[in-house]
Design a protein around this ligand. Sequence first.
Ligand code: GLN
Length: 308
Amino acid sequence: MLCRSNDELQLLVNQAKDLCPDGKVADYIPALAEADQAKLSVALFYPDGRLYSAGDTKENFTLQSISKVLALALALIDHGEEHVFQWVGKEPTGDPFNSIAKLETTTSKPLNPMINAGALAVTHMIKGSSVSHRFERLLEFVRCLSSNKDIDYNEEIAKSEYETAHLNRALAFFMKQHGAIDEKIEGLIDLYTKQCAIEMNCMDLARIGCVFAMDGRDPETDEQLVPLDVARICKTFMVTCGMYNASGEFAINVGIPAKSGVSGGIMGAIPKKCGIGICGPSLDERGNSIAGMKLLEMMSKQYSFSMF
Ligand code: GLN
C-alpha cells in the first residue's frame, strides 16, 4: 500500500514519538550535543514525483555516516569496483562503527565502507586536485542527487568534529602505516569531517534515497545519475551494514536498505518503490535514531516495505 497523505504520515510520527524511550544525542561531536531530542521528521519520495512529509520537516541535519554511501558511490564512479575493493572489504563487522579492533586482524584492510575505517579509505579515493576540489566534487554530486543546488555543509559542525576526531585520526594513521592511505592525514580528516557535515532536510534525503531505489535514475528526468551497478552495490551495503551493528535486527524488523548517521538521520531506498528521509536526534546505544527506527518499523508494517 502507498502512503496517501501528509496527515497519514503525521499520525505515524505522533505514535512513534509516544512509543519511544529516552535516548541520548551524540555528544562526542560537541556541536551535535545541541540537537533537540524531541524533533522527528520524515519524508517519502515516490518515483512519480509525489512527496509526502510530516513532523519537523524544515529542520536541517548533517548527514554524518549517511555520507558514507554517497562517498562510496563517487569513489566507485571514479575508480570502478575492482580498484575500490582492493582497499576496502565487503563484510559486516558486528562491531561499533568507530571500532579499531578488527583493523589489526585484517592486515589493515577495513572490513566494509560503512564503518569509519572503511569510510576513511573510501574518502581517500575520491579524485581531485586538492582536498577542496575533492570536497567540491562530492558536494556537487550530492546537489545533483538531491536536485537542490543550495545544499552545503555546516561549518560549525565540521570544525567541531575536526577538532575532536582523534579516534578517526588514529584509524587513518593506522591504515597509513600499513600503506592503505598515502595522503596527509590532516587533509583526509578535513575532507571526511566536511563530508559528514553536509546538511539537508528530510525531503532532500528522501529524494536521494529515491535515486538509489530507482537503480540510480533521477526520479524526475530519468537521467542515470549513478550507474546501475554502483546503486546496487550501495543498496547491498545498506542492507548488510547500514545500521551499524544493528543491521541484522533492522533487516528482520524493517527489511529495507537503509543508512543511519549519528545526527539521527536515516536514508531508506526501497528498491523500485520509494526513497525515505528521516531525522530524530535521540540515539540508542548503537548510534541509531530511536524514534526513526520505531517510525520505520511502523511504516514497514503499514506500507508493506519489507523486501523479505
Ligand atoms: N562523523 C561521524 C564519525 O566519524 C560519523 C559517524 C556516524 O554517523 N556513525 O564519528
